[in-house]
Design a protein around this ligand. Structure first.
Ligand code: COA
Length: 321
């Protein structure tokens, strides 16, 4: 018998306010045409003053628990991937534990930018396999609208806010469902290609997102392509075995390039970037939530997830749902 982590609950939260490309083009020199052609993005959700990483993570978590039919008291841990926490500490995760009414267990935040959900999922999987926890909420929650430089059209058009959550639960079965493997990477020598130029430990607090778009694009296509190969090779599977690609949603051109590499028709790729833009660590769990709820992803499907973010950090996760 093998202990594996199965994804048994999915939830998402998007702020009510939708900002279209046309609305952005009233603020600075850009156009719907430019944004759609370069990125595939049509609109993004932007947080209200009340929306924060904690509040959005809590909403997404509640929905994921309801989906799974699991009570908060049965949650052993919360891991939140975020680059935009409400506070330096307590962590977003510990605040979420409290909001959910969980009086035991443990929680912490993961900082791996847009790859944060893959890092958080991999960590949660390790806790479950080692027997330290049986039920873990893995959440990505981001309010990038608060770290964008709204005078920089090169980055301001790319991001949106939101949260997504997955309930990961130990299954003691024949190993036919659950997470098959995760692979994580980081290369600090590329840290200046995509970064935030401040934080609470710096005088420039809170800082703004800075990016060399072309370089990030190039790294993303190369590293994500090798990531999907690595995920399948190590599992002894091939492109043809994959039911759904659920990529980080940064840019439709990056998504299409990786899908081509997998010889995967775009119909088998879960795409939300046109409506959500890049919600960083929230983008994969939001996409999973959408595709499970609308019936595209079914039990038994093989799902391949991949992401790249500031660091650079990148990685993949392969799961049988
Ligand atoms: N509207 C209109 N024009 C814009 C613009 C905008 N929002 N943003 C940049 N431009 C202009 C630039 O100023 C530049 O003009 P110039 O040639 O007169 O100097 C021109 O468009 C081309 O800029 P460039 O940055 O070279 O464009 P690009 O083809 O590389 O596309 C990105 C820019 C950001 C869309 C693209 O590089 C990209 O998607 N990179 C990956 C970003 C990403 O996904 N990051 C997150 C990873 S987690």
């Amino acid at each position: 018998m093998t202990t594996r982590s199965a994804m048994v609950g999915f939830g998402g939260y998007l702020p009510e306010r939708v900002v279209t490309n046309d609305e952005l083009s009233e603020r600075f020199d850009t156009s719907d045409e430019w944004i759609r052609a370069r990125t595939g993005i049509r609109q993004r959700h932007i947080a209200s003053e009340q929306d924060t990483a904690v509040s959005m993570a809590t909403r997404a978590a509640e929905r994921a628990l309801t989906f799974a039919g699991i009570a908060p008291k049965d949650v052993d841990a919360v891991i939140v991937a975020t680059a935009t926490p409400d506070q330096a500490f307590p962590s977003t995760a510990v605040r979420v534990l409290h909001q959910l009414g969980v009086a035991h267990g443990f929680g912490f935040d993961v900082s791996a930018a847009c790859c944060g959900f893959i890092y958080a999922l991999s960590s949660a999987d390790a806790f479950i396999r080692s027997g330290q926890a049986r039920t873990i909420l893995v959440i990505g929650s981001e309010v990038y609208s608060r770290i964008l430089d709204w005078s920089d059209r090169g980055t301001a058009v790319l991001f949106g806010d939101g949260a997504g959550a997955v309930v990961l639960r130990a299954t003691d079965g024949d190993g036919s469902t659950g997470l098959i493997g995760t692979h994580l990477h980081a290369d600090g020598s590329t840290g200046d290609l995509l970064y935030v130029d401040g934080a609470v430990g710096r005088r420039e607090h809170p800082g703004h997102l800075r990016m060399s778009g072309r370089d990030v694009f190039r790294h993303a296509v190369a590293k994500l392509s090798s990531s999907v190969d690595e995920a399948l090779d190590s599992a002894g599977l091939t492109y043809a075995d994959v039911s759904w690609l659920v990529p980080h949603q940064a840019n439709i051109r990056i998504i299409e390039a990786v899908a081509r590499k997998l010889q995967m028709p775009i119909e088998r790729v879960v795409v939300t970037v046109e409506r959500h833009a890049n919600t960083s660590a929230a983008s994969i769990p939001l996409a999973l939530d959408e595709a499970v709820r609308d019936g595209r992803i079914q039990r038994g499907d093989l799902v391949l997830m991949e992401a790249l973010g500031g660091g650079l950090t990148w990685g993949s996760a392969l799961a049988r749902i």
